[in-house]
Design a protein around this ligand. Structure first.
Ligand SMILES: C[S@@+](CC[C@H](N)C(=O)[O-])C[C@H]1O[C@@H](n2cnc3c(N)ncnc32)[C@H](O)[C@@H]1O
Ligand code: SF4
Length: 438
């Protein structure tokens, strides 16, 4: 790796979980606009519902999610009421009923309380049609999974659980403010499997403070011992200007760009050697897992939750800060719980911002999504010419090649795919700050 490649690795670019990316959403899209968009939805459109629960028991120092610590039941009860009101409001605003995907994210969804999760699911089942549900996934904190949790998840029909693992090393766990011994994770997996929730994902991270390559490989081997169907390996995004609690992270203990690349590379080698298939930039799946199948047959998608098999026509976000996508564009709910709840109490959507998609946005969104999912995409000649000033230095570094009109990432260049995607991003010059490219 030469010094120029290193400079590229440090360049700040979006993670492209959407295009246009969230910093380009604006207050031009209002609750009234969203209501109109939903009203135009076809009755046979398929829906994916994302429910955001912005509560945790304690704050992890590295956390980049939208969440906060709660210790009293009142804020949680008020939030539950708002979620139930939002389900009813959505059902009044669209004629579409067929839900194919349900995803609980956070934060820690179980912080809502098990009875509350049941009530939310029942309300969705009453208002929408869950008979064609393909997946019901829940993000879980292994520290909060007892037998009763697993039973409740089973009773609401959860089919897939994503466990936050990060790293098993005690020194790293202390440095990130998340102490969670191996046995805690192993027992969570046991409880879930005992209830028949057999699709297990694990999130691990590289680029953490005090973490070196060997810590990461050991953590992955321990995770492998628990046989997860999918492993998501995220590069730690250090964005203290957005997440002030990340100031607790000792930046002198963070691996630099070379260290991060070495970690990501070694982790990939290990997981591929263990029989996982690489999916997109940061996911690994057993070859028979639906995500691996989607990656093989070119139907992999990317949305706000990362790589997914979800091909629903629309994604409807519920809860504070959640992002939705309908045919006309993107919307995002207000992030403050109070404002979100007040809007729900008035019977109005809590849209803070959004982005109507132009034809140009749609075309670029397709290119960027295919690049992020397939590492290759067909692009028309005019657009290649336009992107060439950004692509040329990447081609010189051996990161990307051009085969006629096909833009193809090289095997070594794949970790830099966000840089290639950025070459097709028409908004980037006006962008805010992002995390490092690798
Ligand atoms: C909502 S959490 C998972 C569920 C649960 N709250 C937990 O932590 O166990 C989603 C995942 O995002 C990842 N994550 C959180 N902060 C991150 C950051 N700053 N950079 C990269 N990944 C991050 C972690 O791997 C985490 O497990
Ligand atoms: S990583 Fe998970 S448990 Fe930790 S603060 Fe973030 S959302 Fe909460």
């Amino acid at each position: 790796m030469n010094s120029q490649t290193l400079l590229l690795a440090e360049r700040a670019v979006p993670r492209y979980t959407s295009y246009p990316t969230a910093p380009h959403f604006s207050a031009d899209v209002t609750a009234a606009e969203y209501t109109r968009w939903l009203g135009e939805q076809r009755a046979d459109a398929t829906l994916s519902l994302y429910i955001h629960v912005p509560f945790c028991q304690a704050m992890c120092a590295y956390c980049g999610c939208h969440t906060k610590v709660v210790r009293r039941p009142e804020p949680v009860q008020a939030y539950l009421d708002a979620l139930l009101a939002e389900i009813d409001l959505l059902a009044r605003s669209t004629t579409a009923r067929r839900v194919t995907h349900l995803h609980w994210g956070g934060g820690t969804p179980t912080m809502l309380g098990l009875d509350a999760m049941q009530r939310v699911t029942e309300r969705i089942a009453r208002q929408f049609d869950l008979s064609g549900l393909l997946e019901h996934a829940v993000e879980l904190d292994p520290r909060a999974i007892a037998d009763v949790t697993a039973r409740t998840l089973r009773s609401i029909g959860a089919t897939r659980a994503s466990l936050g693992v990060q790293d098993f090393n005690a020194t790293v766990q202390r440095a990130i403010g998340r102490v969670q011994p191996y046995d805690v994770v192993a027992s969570a997996v046991e409880h879930l499997r005992a209830q028949g929730i057999s699709a297990i994902n694990m999130d691990l991270m590289y680029g953490l403070p005090r973490q070196d390559r060997d810590d990461l490989l050991r953590s992955l081997e321990l995770a492998y011992g628990l046989s997860p169907d999918r492993i998501a390996l995220f590069g730690y995004a250090h964005v203290p200007w957005m997440k002030s609690h990340q100031k607790l992270i000792d930046t002198t203990a963070l691996p630099g760009p070379v260290g991060r690349l070495v970690q990501a590379d070694a982790a990939r080698g290990l997981l591929l050697g263990l029989g996982y298939m690489g999916v997109g930039l940061d996911h690994f799946a057993k070859p028979d897992d639906p995500l691996a199948q989607a990656a093989r047959n070119g139907t992999l998608r990317r949305n706000f939750q990362g790589y997914t098999t979800d091909v629903a026509d629309a994604l409807l976000g519920l809860g504070a800060s959640s992002i939705g996508r309908v045919a006309q564009g993107f919307v995002q709910n207000r992030s403050d719980n109070k404002g979100y709840q007040a809007a729900m109490a008035r019977g109005e959507f809590a849209i803070a911002r959004g982005k109507a998609m132009s034809d140009d946005d749609r075309m670029r969104a397709d290119i960027i999504e295919r690049l992020m999912c397939d590492f290759a995409v067909e692009v028309d000649a005019e657009l290649i010419n336009e992107a060439w000033p950004q692509l040329a230095p990447l081609a010189e570094q051996g990161i990307v090649t051009l085969r006629e009109q096909r833009v193809v990432m090289t095997a070594e260049g794949r970790p830099f795919v966000r840089l290639v995607a950025a070459a097709f991003d028409a908004y980037l010059s006006r962008a805010g700050r992002h995390s490092a490219a690798v």
